[in-house]
Design a protein around this ligand. Structure first.
Ligand code: SF4
Ligand code: SF4
Ligand code: SF4
Length: 439
C-alpha cells in the first residue's frame, strides 16, 4: 500500500469548505447537478461499468503507488460519484472531504484510462462532474479557487492588469528590437491573418516566450496581431475547478477578441489545457459544436511554418532529445505525429519514451492538479514515479514538452527524482535553430 496518505495534506479551501456543509446542502446541490448536467452519459457509464479493473493499468497514480487499488481509476469513481449515486445524494460532509481530494488532486483528467476500458468509459468526465459538484458546494482547493477568482475579476489567470499586459508586450518588443531592429508586436491590428493568444503565466513569468514568438513571426513574415484587451488569455482553470459559468465567460471573451479583430484564425501558444478548453470544452459549454473562429495549437502552426519553408533551420540541435506528448493535444487532438515531425526537423536525434504518443503517461500536473498549489506538490510527484522512470530510461538530457502545465509537472519530477535533465518548448528550439536572415 502507498506510504503517502492524502489525509495529511491540509488545504484551507477544502477544509473550510467542508466545515460549512450540511447534509441538506449536499443533497440539494447533488440533486441539482445530477438532474441538470448528469444526463444520459453518466447513466450509460454507471450502468455499463463491469467493475473489471482493467483501467487500473492505465493510471500513473496506480503504478507509482505500487499498484495500490485505491488509485485505480474505477476506485476513484467509487470514492466519489458512485458513492453519491448509491446513497441517492445522502452522503456526509466527511464523504465530500475525501471525494474532493480524490477528484482535485489524485486524477489529472488525462483520459489514459478511457483507452484501457473495454467500453471506453471516460473516467475523466465522471471525475470532472464530481468537481462540478464540489465547486457548487464551495469545496475547492484554495490555490485553484484563487486562480478562478483571478479569471473572473480580470479575465486572466494571473491578476495581470490591462496596462500591465500591454506593458509586458511593449517591453518584449523593445527587448527583441535589440536583436531585430524593425520587429513589431502588432497590437489590435484589424483584419490580420492570425491572432496570437497565450496563457496568463506568459506575460507574468515566461515573457521570453513572447519574445521568441515575435521573432519567429517576424522571420516567417506572418501577418499577426495580439489583442490589447481582456480575452488575450486562452487559459482556463475554471474548467478544472468546476466553475463552468466562469469558463463560459472566459471562452466567450477569447473568441470575441478574435471576432472583433476580424482575424482569420487564432494561433495558441504551447499549452495543452487551454487547447482543451477552447477546442473541446469551453466552446461546447457555450453551445458551439466547433469554435466560432478556427483555432490551431502551436504544434500545428510550427509544423506549417517549417514544412512551408517560412522558417528554415540553420543548424539542428545536436544533443539527443525526447518528446513528451501532452495528453490534451496527443490523446485530445491527435497531434503526436505532427509534434514529432517538428521535433525531428529541429533535432538530430529524438529518442522515444516508452510508452509514447497517445499512450504516453501524463506529467501529473494536468487537469488543474498543479494549480491546487504547493500543499499537493508531493501528491503529484509521488503519483508519478513512473514518469520519472520513463524519462530516465531514455538516457537523454533534454525533454521537449509543448505544454506549459507539462513543463511545471515535469520540472518538479526532474527535481524530485534527481534526473539530470532540462526542459524545452518547441519555440525555444525553433528560436535557437532557425535561420535568422538579419544576422
Ligand atoms: S489520472 Fe488519468 S488515468 Fe488516472 S484516473 Fe485520472 S484520467 Fe484516468
Ligand atoms: S475498465 Fe471500464 S468497465 Fe472496467 S472497471 Fe474500469 S471503467 Fe469499469
Ligand atoms: S499537463 Fe500535459 S501531460 Fe499533464 S494532463 Fe495536461 S497536457 Fe497532459
Amino acid at each position: 500500500m502507498s506510504s503517502q496518505p492524502y489525509e495529511l495534506v491540509k488545504d484551507k479551501g477544502l477544509d473550510e469548505g467542508v466545515a460549512r456543509l450540511t447534509p441538506e446542502k449536499i443533497a440539494k446541490v447533488v440533486g441539482a447537478v445530477l438532474e441538470s448536467e448528469g444526463g444520459a452519459r453518466l447513466k450509460a457509464y454507471v450502468d455499463t461499468c463491469a467493475h473489471c479493473g482493467l483501467c487500473a493499468e492505465a493510471c500513473h497514480f496506480f503504478h507509482s503507488h505500487d499498484r495500490d487499488p485505491r488509485y485505480a481509476p474505477v476506485a476513484k469513481v467509487k470514492q466519489t460519484l458512485w458513492g453519491i449515486l448509491d446513497k441517492g445524494g445522502a452522503v456526509s460532509p466527511d464523504y465530500i472531504a475525501r471525494a474532493s481530494r480524490v477528484a482535485y488532486t489524485e486524477c489529472n483528467l488525462c483520459k489514459r484510462c478511457a483507452m484501457y476500458c473495454p467500453f471506453g468509459i471516460d473516467i475523466a468526465y465522471v471525475v470532472g462532474l464530481m468537481r462540478r459538484i464540489c465547486h457548487k458546494l464551495g469545496v475547492t482547493p484554495q490555490y485553484i479557487q484563487d486562480t478562478a477568482h483571478s479569471h473572473s475579476a480580470t479575465m486572466n489567470q494571473m491578476w495581470v492588469k490591462d496596462d500591465e499586459w500591454i506593458d509586458s508586450l511593449m517591453w518584449q518588443e523593445a527587448e527583441a528590437r535589440d536583436e531585430v531592429a524593425d520587429l513589431r508586436i502588432p497590437l489590435e491590428k484589424h483584419g490580420a491573418e492570425i491572432m496570437y493568444s497565450v496563457i496568463g503565466p506568459e506575460p507574468k513569468f515566461r515573457t521570453q516566450l513572447i519574445y521568441q514568438a515575435a521573432v519567429i513571426m517576424h522571420a516567417a513574415g506572418v501577418d499577426w496581431t495580439m489583442p490589447a484587451t481582456p480575452g488575450w488569455d486562452n487559459s482556463d482553470m475554471a474548467m478544472y475547478s468546476g466553475d463552468y459559468e466562469i469558463m463560459g465567460r472566459l471562452k466567450r471573451s477569447h473568441f470575441e477578441c478574435a471576432q472583433r479583430l476580424g482575424v482569420k484564425r487564432i494561433v495558441m501558444g504551447e499549452c495543452g489545457h487551454a487547447f482543451r478548453s477552447v477546442h473541446d470544452v469551453g466552446n461546447r459549454w457555450l453551445g458551439w459544436r466547433d469554435e466560432p473562429v478556427p483555432v490551431i495549437h502551436a504544434v500545428q502552426f510550427y509544423h506549417e511554418l517549417i514544412t512551408s519553408g517560412k522558417i528554415m533551420i540553420a543548424k539542428k540541435f545536436q544533443e539527443p532529445v525526447t518528446f513528451h506528448d501532452p495528453c490534451n493535444i496527443a490523446r485530445g487532438m491527435g497531434l503526436h505525429e505532427m509534434g514529432r515531425e517538428v521535433a525531428r526537423a529541429l533535432c538530430e536525434e529524438v529518442v522515444e519514451m516508452t510508452p509514447n504518443r497517445e499512450h504516453n503517461y501524463c506529467c501529473s500536473a494536468g487537469g488543474g492538479v498543479i494549480n491546487c498549489g504547493p500543499p499537493f506538490r508531493n501528491t503529484r510527484v509521488h503519483g508519478n514515479k513512473v514518469k520519472a522512470e520513463q524519462l530516465a530510461a531514455t538516457g537523454v538530457k533534454t525533454v521537449i514538452a509543448p505544454c506549459h502545465n507539462c513543463h511545471g509537472g515535469l520540472e518538479d519530477i526532474i527535481h524530485h527524482y534527481k534526473l539530470d535533465m532540462k526542459l524545452k518548448f518547441l519555440g525555444d528550439l525553433i528560436y535557437e535553430c532557425m535561420e535568422k536572415p538579419w544576422n
